[in-house]
Design a protein around this ligand. Structure first.
Ligand code: FEO
Length: 170
């Protein structure tokens, strides 16, 4: 191996795994856009804790996308900026929003597991290690949404603003 070959950056991510990671960027950006729509619904109704919770979630999902984006490019791959469409802005209730949020998080967790399995199968250790952070993060996020939905169960029949006051703002 001559010096130029050694110096040139080699792609250390398996190509199939990279495709899945690019899909994941799109999924995280879609989640971000979806949380932004939820934040707007809450903002219009002065549900202060929920509004700030979803604005924060929207930012966090963008950060997740950017983490993967940088990971791909830093490892010699090609990150793709995704198009985001079909964002739902139409919601029936605050509880319905949190349930949709949980459903979205469960979908993200399943998708991360799928990439993790593919990385393991291809002996793509660098991606496997990288994804461990996401697995922990998903477990925390699902937990947060589940606890919020529990609050709705406990406070059933109470005014919406009163329920909102019991919810986390971030
Ligand atoms: Fe980044 Fe909560 O999915």
């Amino acid at each position: 191996m001559n010096t130029s070959t050694v110096i040139r950056k080699q792609m250390s991510i398996h190509p199939d795994v990279m495709d899945l990671l690019n899909n994941q960027i799109a999924m995280e950006m879609k989640a971000s856009a979806s949380y932004l729509a939820m934040a707007s619904w809450c903002d219009q109704r002065e549900l202060l804790n929920s509004k700030s919770f979803f604005y924060k979630q929207a930012e966090e999902e963008r950060e997740h996308a950017m983490k993967i984006f940088a990971f791909i490019n830093d490892n010699g791959g090609a990150a793709i900026s995704p198009s985001v469409d079909n964002v739902n802005n139409d919601f029936e209730s605050l509880r319905g929003i949190y349930e949709a949020g949980l459903e979205q998080e469960i979908g993200v967790t399943e998708s991360i597991f799928k990439i993790f399995k593919a990385a393991r199968k291809e002996s793509d250790f660098i991606t496997e290690v990288f994804l461990q952070w996401f697995i922990n993060e998903q477990s925390e996020e699902e937990d947060t949404f589940r606890s919020i939905i529990d609050v709705f169960d406990l406070m059933e029949g109470m005014p919406l603003k009163m329920i909102d006051e019991r919810l986390p703002s971030e």
